[in-house]
Ligand binder design. Structure first.
Ligand SMILES: Nc1nc2c(ncn2[C@@H]2O[C@H](COP(=O)(O)OP(=O)(O)OP(=O)(O)O)[C@@H](O)[C@H]2O)c(=O)[nH]1
Length: 460
């Protein structure tokens, strides 16, 4: 059995909340289409209802209303694709859509008029009774085709569905633009065969549902993802769709009202477009940079203590050692290991152990300079890298730390006492020792200090 080539189809992790909202919006959109096309169909079939409705509703031909309904049914049952009955219903709707719309296109192309156009109802006054607009007919054929091949197993067809969905949206936009800018040929072949406002509304809604359906497994999936690109695309989509319309409408307004002559209006529209796009470009660049920085910070920060994690500490430590060598100075590393964390965990619970870690991280951060690199490099292991030309700087800092820890321990608002062992090492300004080795030396010193402490406790 042919399978979808996963590598060829971009995979984006969807935003589940957004997906839920999209499904709800699709349900509303389909309900509106059902309502509008249902009312129009009834109006054509039952003249009494037709007389009650404003005539603008009946601009939508009976066959257009039927096609809208068929399209809506097919899209509504798409979610039951594993049920063979609903699958058949969907295929039948798609086939009917293609047949009805093709018969209109055939007639437009000079072919024989089939009885399909007037099967349900016909507007007797029209020289082309029952004929839907050419735009609507093309739209329905494309919708029918895309429904026939939805959920394709072959990657070629996945892309074809994307192209068909874009075409649907494009036709709806062309008709909308025709209405907005009074370009009649874009929505009306003749006075008798025009895309009715109700038809346009249904076209837009069905195109939205069709694109939304393929959004989980096609190129459109980028719009519902959780990534930076997806969020940026969602932000810009309304601008991309509506900014050109707004600007051209504005231009029409200022020329129409005599505020500006056409050349000036064109010039100002061009300037406004450039400025808006320039602003959008700058905004995007800032946003991506901010998100990138947040991501980088997140990947280098320890979640519990909010100081550098092992990765961040080594990354910055290596850089600091390189800089120290370049300036012929040395780098001092201090390696800390908390004493008795296991006991705190066992006796007072994991939460107390975690606040022990957080307290120690805070006291480290507070007692070293901003330029020093402070990180948590293991479960209960911390390290500091200090750039200093003064060999006693680390001693002074450790003294300060001892005093700060003693102060905290005196406060008695904690179930534990902060204790730690520490070792240090200083790089040779002219040496070639790596940062890892430098820190390892501090670790060895710390281990010796801890062992000595333990031996002392055992002896006493
Ligand atoms: N609460 C908490 N405990 C942690 C965390 N990470 C590591 N630990 C615990 O820290 C302890 C580290 O083990 P040890 O180094 O033997 O602990 P210790 O009691 O300090 O022993 P010494 O270093 O010999 O003094 C283990 O019990 C780990 O479960 C953490 O994020 N939160």
């Amino acid at each position: 059995m042919a399978r979808v080539d996963q590598a060829a189809i971009p995979s984006v992790r969807p935003d589940i909340g957004l997906l839920g909202r999209l499904l709800t919006a699709q349900k509303y959109a389909l309900s509106i289409v059902f309502f509008v096309s249902g009312v129009v169909l009834l109006a054509w079939l039952i003249p009494l209802i037709g007389e009650l409705l404003p005539s603008i509703w009946l601009m939508m031909k009976a066959n257009s209303a039927l096609c809208m309904m068929l399209g809506a049914v097919a899209l509504a049952v798409t979610q039951f694709r594993y049920n063979i009955l609903w699958k058949r219903v969907k295929q039948a709707c798609a086939a009917l859509l293609i047949i009805i719309a093709s018969s209109a296109l055939w007639a437009y192309a000079g072919g024989q008029v089939t009885g399909i156009e007037t099967l349900l109802a016909a507007d007797a006054a029209s020289p082309l009774p029952g004929r839907m607009s050419v735009q609507a007919a093309i739209y329905f054929v494309i919708l029918g085709l895309s429904l026939c091949i939805s959920r394709p197993r072959d990657k070629k067809f996945v892309h074809l569905v994307d192209v068909l969905s874009i075409l649907l949206a494009a036709i709806a936009l062309i008709v909308l633009a025709g209405y907005c800018f009074g370009a009649e040929q874009l929505f009306a072949e003749s006075h008798f065969t025009r895309v009715a406002p109700a038809t346009l509304l249904c076209m837009v809604l069905l195109a939205f549902v069709r694109v939304g359906h393929s959004a989980q497994h096609s190129f459109f999936s980028v719009l519902i993802g959780i990534g930076i690109g997806s969020r940026t695309a969602r932000f810009f989509l309304p601008f991309a769709l509506f900014m050109p319309f707004s600007l051209v409408l504005l231009r029409g307004y200022v020329t129409g009202s005599g505020l500006l002559t056409p050349p000036y209006a064109a010039a100002m529209t061009a300037v406004l477009t450039s400025i808006l796009l320039f602003g959008v470009t700058l905004w995007t660049a800032w946003r991506i940079n901010d998100l990138e920085r947040d991501l980088r910070d997140m990947s280098l920060t320890d979640e519990l203590t909010q100081i550098y994690n092992r990765r961040g500490f080594y990354l910055l430590g290596e850089q600091a050692l390189r800089e120290a060598r370049r300036s012929k100075s040395s780098l001092t590393t201090l390696f800390f290991d908390l004493d008795g964390l296991k006991q705190v965990n066992d006796r007072y619970g994991h939460e107390a152990g975690s606040s022990f870690l957080q307290d120690f991280a805070s006291v480290l951060r507070a007692n070293f300079r901003d330029a020093d690199i402070v990180g948590r490099v293991g479960g209960d292991e911390f390290a500091v890298a200090m750039r200093s030309s003064n060999p006693t700087a680390s001693r002074t800092a450790l003294q300060r730390l001892d005093e700060a820890v003693a102060d905290i321990n005196l406060r008695r608002d904690r179930s534990y006492v902060i204790r730690f062992s520490v070792g240090d090492s200083t790089s040779d300004p002219l040496g070639s020792e790596s940062f890892t080795d430098l820190l390892r030396r501090a670790d060895v010193v710390m281990y010796a200090a801890k062992s000595a402490k333990k031996a002392q406790v055992q002896a006493s």
